[in-house]
Design a protein around this ligand. Structure first.
Ligand SMILES: O=C(O)CCC(=O)C(=O)O
Length: 319
């Protein structure tokens, strides 16, 4: 697979570190964050979101949940109305809350997060595949490119925003620093020669089966071990954010203190000129990049845009 088929972002070029100073525009925290993103595959942005914005989002979310406002959630691989699931169970993810709870947009597009992502993408942002967690996910360490698919696979990043101070034992976010430069693990293309069996970074369970995916997860552990990379843990305060590279191996650590919550919000982004692969599998009327101001946009595969998305955004005059 050719490098430019994977990414056309400056942060993935061999001379990226030489460009950091100019790209940071004299802003110290940006320079540190860009350097970390390039070298380690993630950047931590302290105080990315205000407590007030988080409190408002959490209150609005609770109200929408109480009113059975139509939110959906995934558990393992299935998608269900939230009311049918227990959000306090690990692996339950409330989907695209920014559609039905517009105050989420203040978190998804918080100024520092926007500024950082706009710099690495050299474009406006499209936010999609939002995940709200009440407790630690306990998800195995993985690379997002397996499941979050964009027409150019590394033109993708995610933000993880702490909605409360994270406590030890709550199933903290964990990751292998530097794993964004691990060799590409390719799905497809094994049984038939190119172009019939085109190589991909994403996993298609029905076609690929579980074995090749399990080997991918094992490979991440082996690569880390072979390079002497220790797993790191994110212990943020409320409002801190971590941005991960599309290929950073990360997951949810074990929950050893069962009573603890670990509220967090994950958003995936690509440059606005790129397109998530799911656009091909949803009704054409829903293939929208809905503007949210500042030139950025959101999209959702879970909620028909006309029945909420655009209307809610218009209603939230404060944004
Ligand atoms: O927050 C976590 O525990 C992990 C989240 C994650 O791996 C993801 O959203 O891709």
């Amino acid at each position: 697979m050719k490098r430019d088929a994977v990414s056309d972002l400056w942060v993935d070029t061999p001379d990226a570190l030489d460009l950091v100073r100019a790209k940071a525009g004299g802003i110290d925290w940006m320079e540190i964050a860009l350097r970390n993103f390039i070298e380690k595959g993630y950047a931590i942005i302290p105080d990315a979101v205000s407590d007030g914005a988080i409190d408002r989002y959490r209150e609005d979310l609770e109200r929408v949940v109480r009113n059975r406002g139509g939110l959906k959630a995934s558990f393992v691989h299935g998608i269900h109305p939230l009311e049918e699931l227990d959000a306090t169970k690990p692996l339950t993810k409330i989907l695209d809350t920014f559609v039905l709870v517009p105050s989420a947009l203040k978190l998804v597009f918080a100024e520092k997060i926007r500024r950082f992502l706009t710099s690495i993408f050299s474009d406006h942002l499209l936010a999609f595949q939002g995940l709200h967690f009440e407790v630690g996910s306990t998800q195995a360490i993985h690379q997002d490119t397996s499941y979050v698919v964009v027409d150019r696979p590394f033109n993708l990043a995610a933000s993880w925003v702490a909605l409360e101070d994270v406590q030890e034992g709550s199933g903290e976010l964990v990751y292998y620093p530097g794993s964004h430069r691990f060799p590409l693990y390719l799905y497809g293309g094994r049984r038939l020669p190119w172009p019939f069996g085109r190589q991909r970074l994403n996993w298609k369970p029905a076609r690929d089966g579980n074995e090749i995916h399990n080997r991918h997860l094992a490979m991440l552990r082996e690569q880390a071990q072979a390079r002497g990379i220790e797993r790191e843990t994110f212990m943020p305060r409320k409002g801190d954010a971590l941005i991960w590279h599309a290929y950073l191996a990360h997951g949810g650590g074990p929950i050893t203190a069962k009573s603890l919550t670990r509220r967090s919000l994950v958003s995936h982004y690509c440059p606005l000129h790129n397109t998530p692969r799911y656009f091909a599998s949803i009704p054409s009327a829903n293939r929208l990049k809905v503007p949210v101001g500042n030139g950025d946009a959101i999209s959702s595969m879970y909620y028909p845009p006309r029945s909420g998305l655009a209307a809610n955004l218009a209603a939230d005059a404060a944004f």
